[in-house]
Each structure stands twice: as structure tokens, then as C-alpha cells.
Design a protein around this ligand. Sequence first.
Ligand SMILES: CC(C)(COP(=O)(O)OP(=O)(O)OC[C@H]1O[C@@H](n2cnc3c(N)ncnc32)[C@H](O)[C@@H]1OP(=O)(O)O)[C@@H](O)C(=O)NCCC(=O)NCCS
Length: 163
Amino acid sequence: MIRKATQADVPVIHRLVEHYARKERMLHRSLEDIAEHIRCFSMAEDGGRAVACSALHVYAPDLAEIKSLAVDEAFTRRGLGAGLVHYQLEEAAALGIGRVFALTYEAPFFEKQGFHLSDKQGMPEKIWRDCMYCQKYDDCDEVCVAIDIDTRRPASVLPVVDG
Ligand SMILES: CC(C)(COP(=O)(O)OP(=O)(O)OC[C@H]1O[C@@H](n2cnc3c(N)ncnc32)[C@H](O)[C@@H]1OP(=O)(O)O)[C@@H](O)C(=O)NCCC(=O)NCCS
């Protein structure tokens, strides 16, 4: 089951994100930051327990980012990551946002969800705000992936074919 997060999920999100942040797979987020942005987050449950999270951050009227996508390592490869991505794409489409991107080390996973490699430099300057706090600022090996979605069909997110 995939659902929106509530404040009760904050410690779970923090644990999931910190697990991968310690491995330098994603950026650290404080409990305060997560609580402040709780409306961005969605959760995936397995057996009634929240075991994965993801956030959709809106940057511009037509641009959002999937951030802090983290699946408990004991629950990977069960479709939860893909389920969260598609839930957030539907959310973006429902908001009328036609382009969603992610900065990631997991490009093949995102490509399986319909994303394509994109030019990081082409993204607006404000997406670099987080990068300023990253230890890898001068030596970043994340790639940018993006997908264009059809905002006319929010209930069924489809990549836009030929504009
Ligand atoms: C990457 C991650 C989100 C994948 O989550 P998951 O729940 O294991 O993925 P799913 O089970 O939904 O996999 C969906 C598809 O992607 C594939 N896939 C999953 N992880 C993959 C990877 N690392 N590389 C390539 N393909 C991958 C699956 O095999 C599956 O393929 P299929 O549709 O052909 O069966 C998860 O491993 C994770 O949290 N990683 C660490 C944090 C991270 O890097 N997050 C992304 C930051 S933006």
C-alpha cells in the first residue's frame, strides 16, 4: 500500500534516509526538515509497516523533483520503489506538473520507470541549493534523470510521446 506520510512517519523517514546517507547514497535530512516538508512525502507499507519513503519537491510551475527515495534494504526488489515513483508521478500530474526529475546513482532503476538521462546543467539554479551542503560538491557523480508526463491524464501517468 502506498499512502501520503503523516507526522507519525517522521522517525521512520529519518531512519530510512540516514541509512543511505551514511553510505553516501543520498543527502542527510534532519528530523526538523522532514517534519517541515512532511506534505511532500509518501510512504510504502509492507504488512502494515512503513518500509519505504519518497518525497516530491515542487521547484517551478512545471518542474518537480523526486527526493529521498529510500526502500528498507530488507524490502527491496518487491516493487515498492517503483510503486512510490509512480505514485509521485500521479501526484505531479494531478498538480499539473509536466516534468519530474531526480538526481541519483540509480539511473537504471529510474530508466525502468520511463525516465531518461537528462542534462543536469539544464535544470534551474535553485536545484543546486541542496548541492551546496553535499560533501561531494566538487566531485559529484550523481546523474540527472527526467520524465515528461501527460498532465491531462493524472489518473494514469504516461510519458509524453512526441510532444
Ligand atoms: C533504488 C531503490 C529505490 C529501488 O527500490 P526497489 O523497491 O528495490 O525497486 P523495485 O523493486 O520497485 O524495482 C523496480 C524495477 O527496477 C529494478 N531495479 C531495482 N533496483 C535496481 C537497481 N539498483 N538497478 C537496476 N534496476 C533496479 C527491479 O529489478 C525492477 O525491475 P523490473 O520492473 O524489470 O522487475 C532502492 O534500492 C533504494 O532505496 N536504494 C537506495 C537509495 C537510493 O539510491 N534511492 C534513489 C535516490 S533518488
